[in-house]
Design a protein around this ligand. Structure first.
Ligand SMILES: NC(=O)c1ccc[n+]([C@@H]2O[C@H](COP(=O)([O-])OP(=O)(O)OC[C@H]3O[C@@H](n4cnc5c(N)ncnc54)[C@H](OP(=O)(O)O)[C@@H]3O)[C@@H](O)[C@H]2O)c1
Length: 299
């Protein structure tokens, strides 16, 4: 099983590169060696590697910046993905691609299912939706994992920002009316491996979109409190305590891009295919935090 991995230097890409060798032989490219908007280079790479599966972890993920630079967001998240999907179709490879809960507007009172109507409220969400549609339209064999609030030990993310601020400041204000769950790259990678294994065994999951997130529900505020509490228990000195993290509303924290208030994804469809149970978000998240804390404790 040959796997061509794109975007291997991101939060998810790094974890995929570390773990996917258990299901196949991985040829991984970070952006510095293969830019997915370079259609000729992608064509050459696919012809050279002859992958059974193309895994695309490359994406433009700067949600606020996308409002000012929609051309780049669409070039990476939509046009390059459309070309990749056409290559997958022509060269008879599966395409595994990742998308986001930000394709939804967040007004639904319950978790989103795969067939709910998308209605993105920002440029990033619109560009990711255009990418999903291009994959579907290409007619290739594909799996799209829509995920949410990705937080891992690599790269910059919410947990690392909160820990930095919690060491510098006496108090923090964190949004409490956006509901969702953090999702670890390790969990997304485990589901991806499971899906690739099914392709390898000729029992491939039906092509389509699958929602992936851990169990439960939370808010950015609760995630920040959980993070600071765990860090305190591990004797990392912080100037902020759990009690000094104040809950604020989205309206009190203006940002360039609008965010959905409900980021919860219903994972029933995925769970019917997986060979393992999805963890509760706290277990999934604290496994990531313990890795981050370990790094902080290493002199
Ligand atoms: N992060 C989240 O909270 C979140 C939430 C929901 C869904 N997702 C989705 O999950 C997937 C993985 O996200 P992530 O958190 O791992 O994002 P990330 O850490 O920002 O990684 C994205 C990677 O894509 C690379 N990249 C950007 N443009 C590229 C190009 N033109 N060619 C090749 N590589 C390019 C980046 O390269 P550089 O390292 O050079 O920048 C980076 O390594 C994405 O599809 C994202 O939309 C993420």
């Amino acid at each position: 099983m040959k796997i061509l991995l794109l975007g291997s230097n991101g939060q998810l890409g790094k974890e995929l590169e570390r773990q996917l060798s258990s299901v196949g032989s991985v040829v991984a490219f970070p952006r510095s060696s293969l830019d997915i908007t370079d259609h000729a280079a992608i064509k050459d790479a696919v012809r050279c590697v002859q992958p059974d599966v193309i895994v695309n972890a490359a994406a433009y993920t700067a949600v606020d910046q996308a409002e000012k630079d929609p051309e780049t967001a669409f070039a990476i998240n939509a046009e390059a993905v459309a070309h990749l999907a056409q290559r997958a179709k022509t060269d008879n490879a599966w395409l595994i691609h990742y998308s986001t809960d930000y394709v939804f507007d967040g007004t639904k009172p319950t978790p989103y299912i795969e067939t709910d109507s998308p209605n993105p409220v920002n440029v990033y969400g619109a560009s990711k939706l255009a990418g999903e549609q291009a994959v579907v339209d290409a007619g290739c064999q594909y799996l799209i994992f829509r995920t949410t609030w990705v937080i891992g030990k690599d790269g910059s993310n919410f947990a690392k920002t909160i820990l930095r601020l919690a060491a510098e400041r006496q108090s923090l204000k964190v949004i409490s009316d956006q509901i969702g769950v953090p999702t670890s790259p390790a969990l997304i990678t485990k589901a991806t491996s499971n899906a690739i294994q099914s392709i390898k065994n000729d029992t491939a999951w039906p092509r389509g979109i699958y929602h992936i997130a851990p169990e439960g529900a939370s808010s950015w505020h609760e995630v920040a409190q959980t993070l600071v509490s765990f860090t305190e228990q591990n004797n990392i000195p912080l100037s902020v305590s759990v009690e000094s993290i104040k809950a604020i509303t989205t309206a009190e924290y203006p940002a360039a891009a609008k965010r959905p208030l409900n980021s919860l994804l219903d994972t029933s469809k995925l769970r019917s295919q997986l060979s393992f149970d999805l963890p509760h978000w706290k277990d999934d998240f604290l496994a990531v935090v313990s890795e981050i804390v370990k790094e902080l404790q290493t002199p």
